[in-house]
Design a protein around this ligand. Structure first.
Ligand code: HEC
Length: 183
């Protein structure tokens, strides 16, 4: 009789343990699945730019953590047109008109010309949208109502991480010159 009882107790304890471990496992799976962060968002900022102490917008510096945030904003709001790696809407011929006669979203990486724009102009572009002739260019939407001022700076800082050191230095100088000329 006692033996039987002991066996039943052992069995119940065993089942309980299996139950607890099993639930933990399931819970972990659900939590992992529920995180819902596409792996691409977790991608690190490209290594060739990781050492940059000098990503600046006007006087403010942006470090790796800020660039990660900028990257997430870029992937969510800009990558569909400018390409996830900033290679432009039509990477094969980014600055040529397509069959409709229009030029697509330009590249933001070192092959493009975003770095020819001062900080003020970059901010204006993102806030107010494009101002080119829509028969010749695709539309660049305005993000002033979609993103906060801070998010706009973060995403521009991330775009700057796609440029070379020389391009960044040149664009910084351009920004300073423009500011000086406005004073
Ligand atoms: C619907 C497509 C589309 C989306 C989304 C989009 N852009 Fe653009 N963008 C364009 C097009 C097309 C142009 C060129 C047209 C023009 O200059 O008017 C452009 C031009 C620009 C320019 C100026 C040109 C240059 O070479 O630098 C900047 C800066 C820019 N986009 C940044 C962004 C940022 C940042 C985002 C995300 C917050 C974004 N764009 C989202 C289509 C898009």
């Amino acid at each position: 009789m006692d033996d039987n009882k002991e066996q039943i107790t052992c069995l119940s304890v065993g089942l309980l343990v299996i139950g607890v471990v099993g639930s933990c496992f399931l819970l972990a799976l659900v939590m992992l699945a529920g995180r819902g962060v596409p792996p691409v968002l977790a991608a690190p900022v490209p290594a060739h730019n990781a050492s940059l102490p000098h990503i600046r917008i006007f006087d403010r510096s942006f470090e790796a953590a800020a660039l990660q945030k900028g990257q997430a904003i870029y992937l969510q709001h800009c990558a569909a047109c400018h390409g996830p790696e900033g290679r432009g809407q039509f990477p094969e011929a980014p600055l040529e008109p397509d069959a409709t006669g229009r030029i697509g979203a330009p590249p933001h990486n070192e092959s493009g010309h975003s770095w020819h724009h001062s900080d003020a102009l970059l901010i204006r572009y993102v806030t107010e949208g494009g101002f080119s002739d829509l028969t010749r260019f695709y539309l660049m939407p305005a993000f002033g109502e979609v993103l906060s001022d801070e998010q706009i700076l973060l995403v521009i800082a991330y775009i700057k991480s796609m440029w070379t050191d020389e391009q960044r230095a040149s664009q910084y100088q351009l920004t300073l010159d423009e500011e000086a000329s406005l004073r």
